[in-house]
Design a protein around this ligand. Structure first.
Ligand code: CA
Length: 435
């Protein structure tokens, strides 16, 4: 064998091994993925903190804080993957920032347009969109303001009552307001619209309105608010003489519910149900426990999933698992809630998810999803599927990550379809394959 042919052979051998290595790399990736499918992550795996175990978390980006969770299941849950085949369909596109929705008849949704302050009817079966419904309120639509959430009264079939939240200009600044009106028979207008509640005090700002509403079993409303974002307003989340940074519990006439926790406290506002919140953008009942769950924005990281109990204090802005946008600590930089006398979040995101509207999947159309929680992500541009056992988060999956959409609200239809609306003006429908 000549020298030349030797080197040729060596080159071929090297090329072969490089190719083999590349192929192995691909296989490793595939293996990692299949490992990710497994629900079973040993405690050892979580505690190790190696790169390998980090890959088993749904969150693949590094943490932005050095805070440690109060319990292992509180953040970065193991990655899971839906095994059931489901269809993803864009039913409508070309809308504006679509903030809230309600299914008022099977497969027919009321959908709010935040910036244009419009209320539309979207038909999920044919993708048609109505003209804007007349009679919606005047809003302040700067920044995060506008027409926000919509809900229909539990007796809507008889009353045609529609409830909406919006940011309103009043003396002294803006507030989160709740109003109601009657949908006309021809569905063209809201009649006798009136404001029933304003989350005072007004504040000169256009951020952190909260704004989600949901009915309880008695037909009363829970309203979520925000603390209006600024350092000078955020302490109001801790103060019981302000409706900022609260869960509020009111009747359909906007009066405090009599059983509210601070009704007997003369220094506290009677409508307050819970406090110490930053900016609550999602609310729903856990169908397994009947508990009320919310998601709220953290600053940089520290977005929280909380179970709401009357009278509880959730700690903002005294404690947080997040940092200021500048990277500095929030107040003293304390993350532990319970040790400071506050309620620990059941789960938090680090880095930021910016969790928006959410819904529990209280249906069996996709049995694998039954009682899972779905949360729309804004900054994160995914829908988080959260698997819960008792009050513990045991798995997280990220859906529609390739769509590049900011998912603003989630709803489960009576048929068991999962609907998501986006800032990019799309309506997504996820349903069991072939249906
Ligand atoms: Ca908190």
């Amino acid at each position: 064998m000549t020298k030349i042919s030797w080197s040729k052979l060596m080159f071929s051998a090297m090329l072969m091994s490089v190719m083999t290595l590349a192929a192995c790399g691909n296989d490793d990736t595939a293996d990692e993925k299949s490992t990710d499918d497994s629900d079973a992550v040993t405690e050892e795996g979580v505690d190790e903190g190696t790169e390998e175990s980090a890959n088993k978390s749904a969150e693949t980006e590094p943490k932005v804080t050095e805070f440690e969770p109060a319990f292992p299941e509180q953040t970065r849950a193991p990655a899971i993957e839906t095994e059931t085949e489901f269809d993803t369909e864009v039913v409508v596109e070309g809308l504006g920032v679509s903030w809230g929705m309600a299914e008022f008849e099977p497969n027919r949704l009321l959908v709010t347009q935040r910036d244009a302050a419009e209320l539309l009817i979207v038909n999920l079966e044919d993708g048609s969109v109505s003209d804007p419904i007349e009679g919606t309120p005047e809003v302040n639509n700067e920044d995060q303001g506008g027409l926000l959430d919509v809900a229909v009264a539990p007796d809507f079939d008889d009353s045609q009552l529609v409830f909406m939240t919006f940011s309103q200009d009043i003396e002294g600044g803006t507030v989160t307001a709740v109003g109601k009106g009657v949908l006309s028979e021809d569905e063209a207008s809201l009649e006798d619209f009136e404001v029933i509640f304003q989350a005072t005090p007004a504040y000169e700002g256009t951020l952190h309105y909260g704004g989600r509403i949901i009915f309880d079993e008695e037909g009363n409303l829970f309203l979520t608010t925000g603390e209006r974002s600024d350092v000078e307003s955020r302490d109001r989340a801790q103060e019981l003489d302000a409706y900022l940074g609260k869960v509020i519990h009111i009747t359909q006439d906007g009066e405090p519910v009599e059983s509210n926790p601070f009704v007997e406290d003369e220094d506290a506002l009677d409508g307050i149900y819970s406090y110490g919140h930053r900016n609550i953008q999602g609310i729903d009942y856990n169908p397994e426990t009947g508990d009320l769950w919310i998601v709220e924005f953290g600053p940089q990281a520290g977005d929280e999933l909380n179970i709401i109990e009357p009278g509880n204090n959730y700690g903002w802005p005294i404690v947080s698992y997040g940092l200021e946008y500048s990277g500095e600590f929030v107040n003293e930089g304390i993350s532990e809630h319970e040790a400071q006398g506050f309620i620990e979040p059941r789960y938090y995101w680090d880095p930021t998810s910016a969790p928006s509207g959410m819904a529990f999947y209280d249906h069996d159309a996709i049995p694998e999803w039954e009682n899972n929680l779905f949360v729309g992500g804004l900054v994160s541009s995914y829908i988080a599927r959260i698997v819960i056992e008792g009050d513990m988060i045991v798995g997280e999956e990220r859906l529609l990550t390739d769509e590049g959409e900011r998912f603003r609200d989630i709803l489960v239809t009576e048929d068991g379809a999962l609907i998501a609306i986006t800032d990019g003006g799309k309506v997504y429908k996820l349903s069991a394959a072939g249906e």
